[in-house]
Structure formats: structure tokens, C-alpha cells
Design a protein. Sequence first.
Length: 432
Amino acid sequence: MLRTLDLRGRRGDYRGVLPRAALDVEQAVALVRPVVAAVAERGEAALAEYSQAFDHVVPVSFRVPAEAIAAAEAGLSEDVRAALVESIRRRRLVAEAEREPAVTRVELGPGAIVEQRTIPVLRVGLYVPGGLAPLASSVLMNVVPAQVAGVGSIAVTSPPQAAHGGLPHPTILAVCALLGVEEVYAVGGAQAIAMFAHGVPGLCEPVDLVTGPGNIYVVAAKRLLRGRIGIDSEAGPTEIAILADAGADPAYVAADLISQAEHDPMAAAVLVTDSVDLAGRVVAELEPQVAATRHAERVRTALRGQQSAVVLVDDLDQGIAVVNAYAAEHLELQVADAAAVVGRIRNAGAIFVGAFSPVSLGDYSAGSTHVLPTAGCACHSSGLNVRSFGKAVHVIDYSREALLEVAGVVETFAAAEDLPAHAAAVTVRRPA
């Protein structure tokens, strides 16, 4: 079910040989460009057209009525409500710890002050997928850090569901209610990103920042509109890498690979191990576990895809080099003394330490974010957090005396760059 990639005896740059999904975002950009233009030009009429074409239902109102949000919350079972509330509580606790000081002040000399102020984005649009799985967990993963950051205007959108009368999935609406989010839209896909970026008169005001995962067309729309709006990332299909040694439990490893393969036929599941015996036992575990799961066909497609594999390495050192090259969205360390290995990991969206920290925990209730960089972007990007919703702004406040103290430095530097007007802007302030 999983192909084998043998890297034993190989050294150097592994990035070109590791399993990856083939995604042509640029091709998708060409497809979504007319969708984005139509929403910008025709507003709600275009939203209705694309809602019918892509979601096979047109909501009575694209803005979800307050009573529908309240009804969704009222319809929660007690156990689901308790799970949602606890997951929100844990994510909020971690988010509070992520928050930076509102002002950092440095005095470089008498009257020479530079402050860095962290200012929250004014308005954000949060996208919540609703395709193969209605990811209600993405509501809290987007909303909680935005709230903790101090964002004043938060809008959530999720695709309309024909099965739910053109509304987003009720659990998605219920989480919005629990979080106090009142502005919710039944709009999905590239048209939702266009709505947020351009605004729709009488329906939705433009936003400054769009966050949240989505399919390739959502990713393409975010790429196309980046600059008009800020975006968190271009998140592709989910991926898990597990670095495991001979002591790992093959049942645990197999279950965790399956858990992420369940998301999407394009999901990536990669096992990196120096134990041929463990690799064989994991592959043997996969078949009965896959057969027993509800979305068996989806899981099999993902595990058989070119993006998934068992990667054999010589030893732990090579395994660490391989997972650093892969830069997984989710990296599990199921090795002896996993806590010590964490310090050697440089590239991962999130790191799950030991046999009892599965990715599923992070998807819902660990307190960590699950909106994470994919496709190797963890080598340069971070997961969604409170800092994602803030802007660092320097405030420069120099007195006359402080400026004069450094005036010669500025004038010399300006002359070195052949920008005499820069120097003159300081010289004019010198005493006559």
C-alpha cells in the first residue's frame, strides 16, 4: 500500500528525491482569475452563479442569519459541546502565551527613542473548508488567535451545503456561536477569497488579511490576490512525516499515517525509519486498519499516491537530515529519547514528541495551531498564531539634541549612497 524509497547510503540534498504531490497552482490561478474578476465586477450575482456551479446550491442569504447560528449552537449534543469548549479553552491558553508585548521601547541615548508597537490587523476574513470534511476545528484555529491578537472585525466564511439548506455545516456555525462570531457567510472556494478581497456592496466589506486552509482553487485565489490582501500561506494538501526507530509501535505509526490520509486523496503520509523490520510491520498493519475505517477508499488513494512512501535510512542521523529536508507540516518523533531529538529538528510546521502525542491531538485539542505550512514551506514559514494577526510598527521619536548627535553619521551615509537630499534633510536642521 505504501511504496518504498531506499535512501540508505545516500548523502547530500534530499529535497529532490522525497515524495511530494504534484500541484500546479499556476494552472489553477488561470482558472480562478475570471471567477475573481466576476465577483469584483458583479458581486452577489457572481456569487450566486458560482455557488450553483460549484456547490450545487444557492443560499437564500449569503450572510448567515443570526438565528441560524444560534440554532446550530442549540443543536449541539452535550458531549460535542464539551469537546468544543475544552478545545477552545486550550487553544486560547496557548494563544495568550503567544502574544507579544504591545510596546517594546529602546532608548539609544538621551532623547533618542525607538519603539516597536504590535498593532492588530483591523479586519480579517477567515476561510473554513467544508468539502470532504467540514473542518469545524479550523474555526477555532483561526478565530481564537485573531481574538487574542485584538482584531476588531472578524468574518468567517465556509461553503454552503445542499444537505443543510444552503448553510455551512451546523457544527461550523456552532463553533462560531461559541466564539461570539456573528459575521458568517455561506460562500466557498475562490469566490469567497474574492469576496473578502474586493468586498461586495451591501453584503461584505473588504478585509485586510485572509487566513485559513482550502483546496487548490482557494490557494490559487490567495496567490492571485496577495498584495491586495495579506494571506497566511498557500496551504496545500495535509501531510504527516513520522521519524520512527525499531522501538516504535507499528500499530500507532499505521494509525497516525491513516489519520492524515483520511483528509484528502492528495494527503501525504511518509514514514522515515532505519528499521526494515518496523517498516514491514507498519505496512502489514495498514491493510486491516484501512479496511476498518469509514473512508477506506480515500485513505488508500492517498497512501498509494506518489506523495506517500516508506523512506529507509541508515540511522537516526540520516533520518533527521531527511525529515529536515522534507520540512513536514506535521512531524512525529516516535524514537528513543524523542525529547532530545526535538532540538535537532529545524524544519517542521509542528513537532509531535513521543508515542502519545499523535497529530490528531494537535488537530483538535492540544492547544497548538493546526493551520500549518505545507509542501516544504516549513523551512521558512510558521503556523498560524497570534503574531500572524499583528503588524510590527516602529515609532521613531528623537529630540533635536539626539538628532544632532547622529547627524554626521546620517549625512556621511547619505553621501556614500549618492543621495544628497537625504543628507540635506538633516543638515537643514543644524543650528545656523
